[in-house]
Write a protein that binds this ligand. Structure first.
Ligand code: PEP
Length: 250
C-alpha cells in the first residue's frame, strides 16, 4: 500500500473544479491505482469540509469516494477558552479521520515538541489518526546535526502510547521552495527513521514531503523504504494530484 497526502494549507481551492480535474484524469486512465493500492488523503481547510465531504460521500466514482479527509492541525487542549482552535473531539464529531501534527509551518509559529506530543495524545483519545511531520532546517543540515535533530523530534513524540500513524519526513528547506531534497538526503533520513521505529517496535509508513511534483515523483518514490508522499502546492490542482497518485504504484 502507498499513501498520497494533499495538504491544501490556507489556499482557496475551487472544489468543483478540483473534483472535475481529478475525475477527468482518472476516467481517462483505466490503470489508475485502486484504493487498496494507493490511499488518498486530503488535509483541507475545515471551512471546505461540509461541501467536500458531501461530494465524496455522494460520488459514484469509487476512487474519489475513498478519499479520506483530515485536518491540518488540532488543539492540544480538550475544551475551553482557546480562541480559534479546534479540538479533536470536534474533529471526531464532524467526521474528520485525523490530522497533521507538527507541520514545520506550525512549529515555526510556536508549536514546541511537547505541544506536538499533546496534540498526538488528543487525537489518540478520540481514536483519530495522526500524520506526524518531522524535518530539519538548512542550518541543522549544514551543521551535520540532522540525525540528532530527527531523533529528538521522534523521541519527544513517541511516548506513553502515542506513536505516528503516518510519518512524513519533510526537510524545511524543501517545503514550498520548488526544490525537492536529493535522494541521498531522503535516504539517510529514511534510514535514521527506520532505525528508530525498529528499535521502538513501531510499525508506521514513512513518507516524504517537500516540493513533490508530477515530474519528480517517480524518482522520489523509488527511494527504498518510502511508502508515499505529502504534497502541498502540487495538490491544489486535481489533475496534478491525480497524476502524482497514478505514478505512485505499490
Ligand atoms: C507541505 O506543505 O508539507 C509541503 C510538502 O508543501 P510543498 O509540496 O508545496 O513543498
Amino acid at each position: 500500500m502507498k499513501y498520497l497526502i494533499a495538504n491544501w494549507k490556507m489556499n482557496s481551492v475551487n472544489l468543483d473544479l478540483w473534483e472535475q480535474e481529478f475525475l477527468d484524469f482518472i476516467n481517462s486512465n483505466k490503470d489508475f491505482p485502486q484504493p487498496n493500492e494507493v490511499k488518498l488523503i486530503v488535509c483541507l481547510n475545515l471551512y471546505d469540509y461540509y461541501v467536500f465531504s458531501e461530494k465524496i460521500n455522494t460520488s459514484k466514482n469509487p476512487i474519489f469516494k475513498n478519499i479520506s479527509l483530515y485536518a491540518q492541525d488540532v488543539s492540544r487542549h480538550e475544551e475551553g477558552a482557546f480562541t480559534g482552535q479546534i479540538s479533536s473531539k470536534f474533529l471526531q464529531k464532524i467526521g474528520i479521520k485525523g490530522s497533521i501534527v507538527g507541520h514545520s509551518e506550525l512549529r515555526k509559529n510556536g508549536d514546541s515538541e511537547s505541544n506536538v506530543y499533546e496534540k498526538g495524545l488528543k487525537l489518540k483519545d478520540e481514536k483519530l489518526s495522526n500524520i506526524l511531520c518531522i524535518g530539519e532546517d538548512l542550518e541543522t543540515l549544514k551543521n551535520h546535526n540532522k540525525k540528532s535533530f530527527l531523533l529528538n523530534q521522534l523521541e519527544a513524540f513517541c511516548k506513553n502510547g502515542v506513536k505516528p500513524d503516518l510519518l512524513a519526513y519533510e526537510p524545511i528547506w524543501a517545503i514550498g521552495t520548488g526544490v525537492e531534497a536529493d535522494s541521498e538526503n531522503i535516504s539517510s533520513a529514511v534510514s535514521i527513521i527506520f532505525d528508530f521505529l525498529n528499535e521502538n517496535k513501531i510499525n508506521c509508513p514513512v513518507l516524504y514531503g517537500g516540493s513533490v511534483s508530477t515530474t519528480n515523483i517517480e524518482e522520489i518514490i523509488s527511494i527504498p523504504g518510502l511508502e508515499g508522499c505529502l504534497v502541498g502546492n502540487s495538490s491544489l490542482n486535481g489533475e496534478q494530484f491525480a497524476i502524482i497518485a497514478s505514478k505512485i504504484k505499490s
